[in-house]
Write a protein that binds this ligand. Structure first.
Ligand SMILES: *[C@@H]1O[C@H](CO)[C@@H](O)[C@H](O)[C@H]1NC(C)=O
Ligand SMILES: *[C@@H]1O[C@H](CO)[C@@H](O)[C@H](O)[C@H]1NC(C)=O
Ligand SMILES: *[C@@H]1O[C@H](CO)[C@@H](O)[C@H](O)[C@H]1NC(C)=O
Ligand SMILES: *[C@@H]1O[C@H](CO)[C@@H](O)[C@H](O)[C@H]1NC(C)=O
Ligand SMILES: *[C@@H]1O[C@H](CO)[C@@H](O)[C@H](O)[C@H]1NC(C)=O
Ligand SMILES: *[C@@H]1O[C@H](CO)[C@@H](O)[C@H](O)[C@H]1NC(C)=O
Ligand SMILES: [Cu+2]
Length: 652
């Protein structure tokens, strides 16, 4: 069976023979009440595509990954996949620690979207979370035919008011592995996430598709408390630390480390291997902040795709995923049929309270499933490097030469208080730290989506919208310069970015205050402990290295060298390391109003957003924004007429 839609009221048949104390991911409501079958024995391998044999052999006919430019061709399958989702506040306990969460259909991770390339996807989203609006974003899809369906509040829609629904409908315009998540506040850090698998042509052979493997940090604090503390008054600087690490929403916790209600022995995730066969594993990082290092004891990965971009396969023994990133890898089961080994994920590059490693069991077909694996970690299991694999290694399978851009922006980053006083957020009682991109920070207006204003011909947005009109330029290049000591996974909506170059921007001494490039608070150490003595009692006070004054002249970091100029890496999230720059570029082939932002929840919420206005004349003249989008605003305005929206953060 493939492609189930696990809707509300899912009843999971628990096999009584599977003892409830089995640690390997049997859905067990006593200790893990999140009703997700991901990473449990109930989850089955995925098919090559949904719906069985077709007259053309596949839903995309004879098109291959090698010969198809998916930025200008998409199959039209005529098939719609329907989903019915309810967002609600609930208790959940993925690792046995009971918390307030916001979940879709009571599941964590949320329901899987599975479709074929070119299918339509229709998702009715009802907001049953009584305290707040919400909106869902379909990460990595281009939304070329329906840019109003991208799900960013204040950009393409009003939030879905409590008690209201919005039916999203869009085409699966790229293929591969991805995720969906709330884009309202930082709701995604409290559970509003799930996988999205789009079947398309293969660029490598394998026997089994193991399906989505979501690897994420986990906080034992509800997201709005974290946000409120982030916006406390200087000189207090609050550093949100993650509490645990999860694979498909599963791990256990040492209950002595928490005062919250806690059940020990929550189940771990498990997956099945067949000896001698090749397995496709779809790794996704939906963390709030951490970089994940993923290894599989005694096995190698062959990387075949990054984000929604198939690449020329290469081998590695460790995968590095920053927030929002995905890697599809093939693992050959080289062990014998009785083997059982650990899949490991280790969270780095963000302060933690420990519990950095999560393990899931990989059982070969004849393994003793009652025993935990005893395999040992590989040499790179606890590697601390936050960056993605070198650009030389990650060549797209379908080559595109980006050419020279028509316009270029240099974007230096800063983390500093509002020089003139308060953050606009109503809840903030004084000056606090905000992110600035080229001296501009960001704050959204939920009530007035920018795409709708652009449709009316108004693109003269308030300063705090940080909006930049790239007009009819055929392509745009950004040089983003990070002189600070924090890493930033940079995400652009509506496009796959060409990643032309990356490299160091300033010396380790300037960024970190030492030549070794050590920064316990930013990159973590082997056990994730954060040194509080490092900087006068605070972990991350504003340091001079984060201020524009330390750079002699912006635009001086990149020497103009492009990696693989005729076919540079493309993806939708790229890691920008501390003290480094990245050079990205995209073709303006998708009229819309798109955010370019850091995907760390606690940075995204603190002003780290740049608004790209792409081809506004075409928005005004041609874009048929449907009536339901206006209705969502009317519902929102009605709700906010009677309820106060305490928007402390920038809204995204
Ligand atoms: C967080 O949300 C809950 C539910 O709306 C609310 O009761 C609580 O006051 C909020 N906390 C903060 C710090 O905003
Ligand atoms: C900075 O403070 C001023 C004065 O209080 C306020 O008008 C402005 O909106 C603030 N800027 C931001 C980005 O919050
Ligand atoms: C940054 O913006 C502020 C206004 O918000 C302005 O006063 C200041 O001169 C700008 N700084 C630079 C270096 O452009
Ligand atoms: C290209 O973008 C720049 C902003 O970087 C803008 O000033 C210019 O008007 C745009 N050119 C066209 C032809 O739209
Ligand atoms: C800076 O630190 C990094 C580690 O973060 C190290 O790899 C690099 O060699 C250092 N650079 C110099 C010039 O010492
Ligand atoms: C964790 O790291 C800190 C700082 O490097 C060190 O002082 C401490 O001993 C380490 N703890 C363990 C259990 O390794
Ligand atoms: Cu960031």
């Amino acid at each position: 069976m493939h492609g189930h839609v696990y809707a509300v009221g899912i009843a999971l048949a628990l096999n009584a023979a599977h003892a409830s104390r089995d640690i390997f991911g049997f859905v067990n409501e006593a200790v893990n009440n999140t009703l997700s079958i991901l990473g449990t024995p109930q989850h089955e391998n995925l098919a090559d595509f949904l719906g069985g044999p077709t007259p053309q052999g596949s839903p995309w006919g004879s098109h291959t990954a090698k010969d198809t430019n998916c930025y200008n061709w998409t199959p039209n399958t005529g098939v719609t996949r329907y989903f019915d989702w309810y967002v609600s506040g609930t208790k959940c306990a993925p690792d046995g620690v009971e918390l307030d969460c916001i979940l879709v259909n009571g599941q964590f991770p949320g329901p899987t979207i599975e479709a074929n390339w070119g299918d339509e996807i229709e998702i009715k989203v009802t907001n049953n979370y009584e305290h707040e609006g919400t909106s869902l974003h379909w990460h990595g899809l281009l939304q070329k035919k329906t840019p109003w369906m991208d799900g960013v509040p204040g950009f393409e829609q009003c939030p879905i008011a409590p008690g209201s629904s919005l039916t999203y409908r869009f085409q699966a315009d790229l293929y591969g592995s991805s995720w969906w998540h709330a884009h309202y506040g930082s709701q995604f850090a409290s559970g509003v996430v799930g996988p999205m698998i789009i079947h398309g042509p293969k660029n490598a052979d394998y026997d089994y598709d193991v399906g989505p493997i979501m690897v994420s940090d986990w906080y034992h604090q509800f997201y709005n408390e974290t946000i409120e503390k982030l916006f406390t008054k200087l000189p207090d600087v609050y550093i949100p630390r993650s509490d645990n690490n999860l694979i498909n929403g599963k791990n256990r916790f040492d209950c002595e480390d928490t005062s919250l209600p806690c059940e020990p022995n929550a189940p771990l995730a498990s997956f099945n291997f067949q000896s001698g066969k090749k397995h496709r594993m779809r790794f996704i990082n939906p963390s709030a902040a951490a970089v994940e290092k993923i290894t599989l004891d005694g096995h190698k990965f062959t990387v075949i795709a990054n984000d929604f971009v198939p690449i020329e396969p290469y081998e590695t023994d460790v995968l590095t995923l920053a927030v929002g990133q995905r890697t599809d890898a093939i693992v050959e089961a080289t062990g014998d049929p009785t083997n059982a080994v650990w899949l490991r994920a280790y969270k780095i590059c963000w302060p933690t309270n420990g519990h950095n490693e999560v393990k899931a069991a990989i059982f070969y077909e004849d393994a003793d499933r009652s025993q935990a694996p005893t395999s040992q970690p590989g040499p790179n299991a606890y590697d601390l490097y936050c960056g993605n694999d070198p650009l030389e290694k990650t060549q797209p399978y379908y080559a595109i030469d980006p050419g020279e851009p028509e316009t270029t922006e240099i974007i230096p980053l800063e983390f500093r208080p509002n020089a003139t006083g308060l953050f606009q957020g109503e809840g903030a009682e004084g000056s606090n730290l905000l992110w600035y991109m080229a001296n501009r920070t960001f704050y959204v207006n939920y009530n007035d989506p920018m795409l709708f204003e652009a449709k009316l011909g108004n693109i003269d947005f308030p300063y705090l919208r940080n909006a930049h009109n790239y007009g009819t330029n055929s392509s745009v290049r950004f040089v983003v310069e990070n002189t600070g000591y924090q890493p930033h996974p940079m995400h652009l909506h509506g496009h796959n970015m060409f990643v032309l170059a990356e490299g160091p921007c300033v010396s380790n001494m300037t960024v970190f205050g030492n030549e070794r490039g050590n920064t316990p608070h930013a990159t973590g150490n082997a056990n994730g402990t954060v040194s509080s003595s490092h900087s006068s009692g605070h972990n991350l006070p504003p340091r001079s290295a984060d201020s524009t004054t330390t750079m002699p002249s912006y635009g001086s970091c990149w020497d103009g060298y492009i990696t693989n100029p005729s076919n540079p890496q493309r993806r939708d999230v790229q890691m920008l390391l501390p003290g480094h720059y990245i050079v990205i570029q995209w073709n303006q082939d998708n009229p819309g109003v798109w955010p370019f932002h850091c995907h760390i929840a606690w940075h995204l919420g603190a002003g780290f957003v740049w608004t790209v206005i792409e081809q506004p004349e075409r928005i005004q003249e041609y874009m048929p924004i449907p009536y339901i989008m206006a209705q969502t605003c009317r519902d929102w305005w009605a709700w906010t007429g009677e309820n106060v929206v305490p928007q402390i953060d920038d809204g995204l």
